[in-house]
Each structure stands twice: as C-alpha cells, then as structure tokens.
Design a protein around this ligand. Sequence first.
Ligand code: DC
Length: 208
Amino acid sequence: MIIAVDGPTASGKGAIAKALAAHFDLPHLDTGLLYRAVARQVQLNDGDPGNESDAVKACEFDNELLEDPFLRSEKIGGVASRVSAHNTVRQALFERQRAFASQPGGAILDGRDIGTVIAPNADVKLFITASVQARAMRRWLEMNDREIDIPLVEIEQDIVARDNRDISRKDAPLRAAEDAWIIDTSDMNKEDAIASAVKVVDDWKAAQ
Ligand code: DC
C-alpha cells in the first residue's frame, strides 16, 4: 500500500504521516527534509538559494546532514521553499523519492507533490490543510514551548509567503491531486486529525 500525504506547511501532515506509518507499519519518508538538506547545504557552501547552479550542487549533500536538528528550523523551511522552486533540484531528488515509494510492501511519503508527481499511482492520497490562522497559532504555540519569542503576525506572514511560493511555482506546485481526500484540520486536535486519516485508509482497505 502506498500512501501519499500532501499539504501546506504546519497543516499537520507530518504528524499524520508519522502516525499512519506507525499504525499501518509502513516505512515513512518526510520529503520536505530532503529539500531542507539541500537548503542547509547551500548555506554551508556559502551559496545563494535563488541561484540554480548553487542549489543543484547542494543536492549532493551527505546523508548525515539529514540528522541535523537545525534542518527543522523555520529559517531553513523558508530556504527549502526557495531551492525547491528550481526544476533541476526537483529532478535531482526525484529518483530517491520514487524508489522509496516503489519499495516492496509499500510506503508513506509526505510532501507537496507526492500524490501528483512522485506517486501518482498511490493507493490512498490525503491532502491535509488548515486555515492560515490555525496553522500560525500552532507554530506560535510550538515556538512558545521552545521559548522562542516571535509575534504571531510574523509567523502568519511567513506562512502566507511560503504557501504562495509553493503554490505558484511552475513545476510540481503544491496542490491536491484530483483523487485526494481533503482533510481540513483547522478545528481538529492532533488526535482527531490522525483518527480521520486512519479512517480514510481503513475504508480504502475495507473496499479492496
Ligand atoms: O514540508 P516542509 O515544510 O519540511 O517542506 C519545506 C519546503 O520544501 C516546502 O516549503 C517546499 C519544499 N517541498 C517541496 O517542494 N516538495 C516536497 N515534496 C516537499 C517539500
């Protein structure tokens, strides 16, 4: 079984994908982390994320970089969104994601273009979304927990900028596949969001 989980930043797609992987005992790939590693490598190379050849060169990052906790920061997320707009970067990361999706026994991948480009043949496609306000509030609470002081409005602006960049890029823009199940988590807590995703997969399995 291949499960594709797509959606914008802070929609809850990562938590849902992780929970589905544990529940259905499937290997999971967070594809955003690959773009984040490219972003970090551009910085380590003193490159410019807007420069295509700097970004492509950074695709040859060492796998150890994927363990770097700094990859999870908001700042790297923004740079990742910039490097991901280069088609050549997307091509460089394509095979790795496609191979993961096609492994025997199936897999779960989360990202922006899994249901549309990486695994258009996925058995179940989920598109996780939520209002900008709900997503910003989640991020703000997370940051508050980590004692990072940042105004809510700044997070909102960042989310809108990142959404716009991910939606409007020419190649593999963020969008729901036509056959995706849309889950709007704006008014859901984490447990409810996970339960509704598990139900979609269970219903699909029952129909087989
Ligand atoms: O899911 P994330 O926040 O870790 O992703 C960081 C950026 O990487 C995101 O803004 C766009 C890019 N990305 C992408 O273009 N395609 C994917 N499949 C995953 C992430």
